[in-house]
Design a protein around this ligand. Structure first.
Ligand code: C5P
Length: 227
């Protein structure tokens, strides 16, 4: 199906301990965000793409892709969900319809495989709700009490890690995010906003190497790989 993309890229990346927001760190010759953009820009179904950036982001204008007419800049918010909501509003202004598909993808996740993107799009094309790429947890999970001692070991076969892209229809996602944020819910991904309004997103198993670059060692791992 045809789709729109929102890339939240307004985080400060404190855990990366770098001199710039993490999406501007280099992987080979290009920045992480340029690699992320390339995952989408060559797709025939792409209708348009919005990048949500901090108002004071001076790095973006230095990139060649800042001149790309397929990309629109939106202003980021305090939390990731605020940045996504601003991006969705910008899509509406670009002419996206209420029931158009939107893929929300972390700017800091530059290693998305084409096969994963197509698997997500094809699996959800006729889905009433939408869903997300996810990976089964690989380690045993522990629940702890306030004293740091283990209280239980849940059945790990029931737990998955939420990756991106997350794919929902523009109107339903925008309304779910607005409602959840207004209620003060803890929203760390798009699916959790949909869950807040009573929907059940579908998990689509993706590749574990579609990693969000969060800590310095993630970047070291990435730099050892070819793109
Ligand atoms: O901090 P974290 O790695 O979870 O951020 C995930 C993505 O969300 C990053 O691409 C980051 O730039 C973005 N983000 C945002 N606005 C915020 C916080 C994070 O767009 N206020």
């Amino acid at each position: 199906p045809d789709f729109w993309v929102v890339l939240p890229a307004a985080g400060v990346g404190a855990r990366m301990q770098a001199d710039r927001p993490k999406q501007y760190l280099l992987w080979g010759e290009r920045t992480l965000i340029e690699h992320t953009l390339a995952c989408f820009l060559d797709q025939p179904g792409l209708r348009g793409l919005v990048v949500s950036l901090s108002a004071d982001d001076g790095w973006w204008p230095t990139l060649p892709c800042a001149q790309d007419t397929r990309i629109t800049r939106a202003v980021g918010g305090r939390e990731r969900a605020d940045s996504v909501l601003n991006g969705l509003i910008a899509l509406g202004e670009l002419g996206a319809a209420d029931d158009d598909w939107v893929l929300v993808h972390d700017a800091a996740r530059p290693n998305l495989a084409d096969s994963d993107l197509h698997k997500l799009l094809n699996t959800l094309a006729d889905d009433p709700v939408g869903g997300l790429l996810a990976v089964p947890v690989r380690d045993t999970l522990k629940q702890i009490g306030p004293d740091g001692r283990v209280t239980s070991t849940p059945d790990r076969s029931l737990f998955w890690q939420a990756y991106t892209p997350q794919m929902f229809r523009l109107g339903p996602l925008q309304r779910a995010l607005a409602e959840a944020l207004a209620a003060g819910a803890r929203i760390t991904d798009e699916a959790s906003a949909m869950e807040w309004v009573g929907q059940a997103p579908l998990l689509v198993e993706g590749r574990a190497d579609n990693l969000k670059i969060t800590r310095p060692e993630d970047l070291e791992w990435l730099r050892q790989r070819e793109r």
